[in-house]
Design a protein around this ligand. Structure first.
Ligand code: PGA
Length: 250
């Protein structure tokens, strides 16, 4: 398959349930401005999104997003977050289907795809996560698992694309579960092999990010691979010193 034209890279950080408002303000005060040619997005807890945090993020060129949204616009769904409120807050990104949602909160391909429909039709740019567990990789099921996850994503994507509305940015993040928070990054060749497979099942224009123990030491090599269009960073996105070394790659 012909390698795709290189898309502009996306550097996404996933703060999970970590920073307080004070930590976030400290992060933005220490962070350099993001390079204009790189898109830098941070996925944060909804209650971190105070006016001060939003203003501090914008000053440094970061876009902000939430870590999940519900598939309905509103209703009796205690504890869930409406995409409409994210847009009302002036934000335009969300993360969906993260492996921690799948592992601890019963997220499935089906529910993640429903959330994707709502997010995108509400106008949110979305990073949709997929990835195999260690047991699945060791059992030789990586491509089978990825194929199933991508099929669910891609059928929803195509339904959305068939509508007349202009689509926001939709990206896939390949995050092998065994590489998340473990310090065990997939090698660039291992990641590229799966990215190429995802590409073959989707489109040349789809940004595909890699996530799982990305650090300042391995980010440049990962990003240099033809089918890796950015990174989704957990631990190393918490400190401005480490995240800036990652997003400053040019
Ligand atoms: P990590 O997390 O970089 O700490 O491995 C990545 C993620 O969960 O998105």
């Amino acid at each position: 398959m012909t390698p795709p034209k290189k898309l502009s890279p996306i550097f996404a950080g996933n703060w999970k349930m970590n920073h307080s408002v004070a930590d976030a303000l400290d992060f933005f005060s220490k962070s350099p401005k993001t390079p204009t040619e790189n898109k830098c997005v941070l996925f944060v807890s909804a209650l971190l999104l105070t006016d001060d945090v939003i203003a501090a993020a914008r000053l440094k060129g970061f876009e902000l997003g939430v870590q999940n949204v519900h598939w309905e616009e509103k209703g009796a769904f205690t504890g869930e977050l409406s995409a409409r409120l994210v847009v009302e807050r002036g934000l335009n990104w969300c993360l969906l289907g993260h492996s921690e949602r799948r592992q601890y909160f019963g997220e499935s391909d089906e529910s993640a795809s429903r959330r994707l429909s709502r997010a995108v039709s509400t106008g949110l740019n979305t990073v949709y996560c997929i990835g195999e567990t260690l047991a699945q990789r060791e059992a030789g099921q990586t491509f089978q698992v990825i194929e199933r996850q991508v099929a669910s994503f891609w059928s929803t994507f195509q339904t959305l694309a068939a509508s007349d509305a202009k689509l926001p940015t939709i990206a896939v993040a390949y995050e092998p579960v065994w590489a998340i928070g473990t310090g065990k990054t997939a090698t660039s060749a291992q990641a590229e092999e799966v990215h190429q497979f995802i590409r073959s099942k989707t489109s040349i224009d789809l940004p595909i990010l890699y996530g799982g123990s990305v650090t300042a030491e391995n980010a440049a090599e990962l990003i240099s691979m033809p089918n890796i269009n950015g990174v989704l960073v957990g631990g190393a996105s918490l400190k401005a010193e480490s995240f800036s070394k990652i997003f400053d790659i040019r």
